[in-house]
Design a protein around this ligand. Structure first.
Ligand code: UD1
Length: 418
């Protein structure tokens, strides 16, 4: 298993380009199951989750997908197999995104239940309830969701809780259902809006995506189109925090500052000097940081996917920063590793209080999930001495060329194979 070695501390400088959003491209790939004719997605990141989704779609009969130089093409072959097996789904929870498209296209689907994961239980009850409201028959059998329904119909659906992949699954299904579906209390993440933009380019009729209420008028078929995936706001936020944590000055290019409002606002309140220019954000090297509280909530609030990286940054700030996680119930696994590097963090329920500044020292640490591994990189860059992060595969799931990009910014970071 690969590890990542960082020789710290370092001060980042230079320019870095953000890749396409993993969380936008995954539902867009699942949507390809419903599309007739050649489809092209550009700005696709070469990350393991994309490779896993290519395998999932290949297993479902779409063996014509090709990713080259950031462009993913599908010639337009139809899915022939309705079953997404446990071995593939367990590698990536987002595989549940094939449930709605398979059902819409083939009238049946059998998808392994994703089960728990390191950051909590993450059920899919809201996906299932909504599909039932559209007339699908759904049974849970031997660890699988077994769904059928040849003529799904539009429905009035209100999600009890905002769910990103839930909103996406139902938006896709409703695109090929009979009549109008109105979804309320939808997730408003930019990735949901990007999926709708892609589906609309393919002939779907979706309005309001990116807002709380989404209206979908079902169409008979979707045809292939070309679509550019939005930039990854979580990757961009990770670079901003890494720069601030090292007292460095960098420019993050090809990003969408408007997707990072709550993050930029929080960093500014910490004293980080940020300048937005078009699709770039520049962090200027500056003096000491202030501790600022943060609470994760659905978009447009502070994202749970940047909570861990922000915690690593707050170890440098003066005062107490209370970081409250409200989206997932078990997302503080990085706390133990940060403490081993010298961080002073107390956890009580959903809130971690980071007391700083606490200079970090390099240590062997273990990544527990994708964003926790990014947190350990942010910590390792500012720590004195060597940090060796094991289980580097977590970071490869969602960050494209992460080692190369940080090296370009002047970090002494390398991948240790084996
Ligand atoms: C997506 C993102 C993930 C991000 C998360 C929250 C993708 C591929 N992944 O995950 O990176 O951390 O949004 O921004 O886009 N819930 C239920 N029942 C359901 C569905 C969800 O109770 O049927 C709960 C979850 O347990 C969680 C909350 O709702 O507490 C939000 O989860 P959700 O938005 O569904 O997360 P994902 O779509 O899995």
């Amino acid at each position: 298993m690969d590890r990542i070695r960082i020789a710290g501390p370092c001060t980042l400088s230079g320019r870095v380009r953000v890749s396409g959003a993993k969380n936008a491209v995954l539902p867009e790939m699942a949507a390809m199951l419903m599309i007739d004719g050649p489809t092209r997605l550009t700005n696709v990141p070469d990350v393991h989750d994309v490779t896993t989704m290519i395998k999932v779609l290949g297993h479902l009969g779409m063996q014509d997908l090709e990713l080259r130089d950031g462009v993913l093409t599908a010639a337009g072959c139809e899915p022939s197999e309705p079953e997404a097996p446990y071995d593939l789904v367990r590698k990536m929870r987002a595989s549940i995104l094939v449930l709605g498209p398979l059902l819409a296209r083939l009238g049946r689907a059998k998808v392994s239940l994703p089960g728990g994961c390191a950051i909590g239980a993450r059920p899919i009850d809201l996906h299932i309830t909504a599909l039932r409201q559209m007339g699908a028959r759904i049974d849970i059998e031997h660890g699988y969701v077994v769904a059928s329904g040849t003529r799904l119909r539009g429905a009035q659906i209100r999600f009890d809780k905002q769910t990103v992949t839930g909103t996406e699954n139902i938006m896709m299904t409703a695109s090929l259902a009979d009549g109008r579906t109105v979804l309320r209390n939808c997730a408003q993440e930019p990735e949901v809006a990007d999926l709708a933009a892609f589906l609309n380019a393919c002939g779907a009729r979706i309005e309001g995506a990116g807002g709380a209420t989404v209206t979908i008028d079902g169409v008979d078929r979707l045809r292939g189109a070309t679509h550019a995936v939005i930039p990854d706001r979580i990757e961009a936020g990770t670079f901003l925090m890494a720069a601030a944590a090292t007292g460095g000055g960098i420019t993050v290019e090809a990003c969408r500052p408007d997707h990072l409002g709550a993050v930029i606002d929080t960093l500014r309140r910490c004293g980080v000097q940020l300048q937005e220019q078009g699709d770039a954000i520049t962090v200027r090297p500056d003096g000491p940081l202030r501790a600022v509280d943060a609470k994760t909530l659905p978009y447009p609030e502070f994202p749970t996917d940047l909570q861990a990286q922000y915690m690593a940054l707050m170890t440098r700030a003066r005062g107490d920063a209370r970081i409250t996680e409200t989206v997932f119930e078990n997302r503080f696994m990085h706390v133990g590793e940060l403490r081993r590097m010298g961080a002073r963090i107390e956890v009580e329920g959903q809130t971690a209080t980071v007391t700083g500044p606490a200079p970090l020292s390099g240590a062997p640490v273990m990544a527990s999930d994708l964003r926790a591994s990014a947190c350990l990189i942010v910590a390792g860059l500012q720590a004195e001495g060597e940090t060796m992060i094991s289980r580097a595969y977590h970071i490869d799931r969602g960050y494209e060329h992460v080692v190369t990009k940080f090296r370009t910014l002047g970090a002494r970071i390398e991948r240790v194979r084996g």
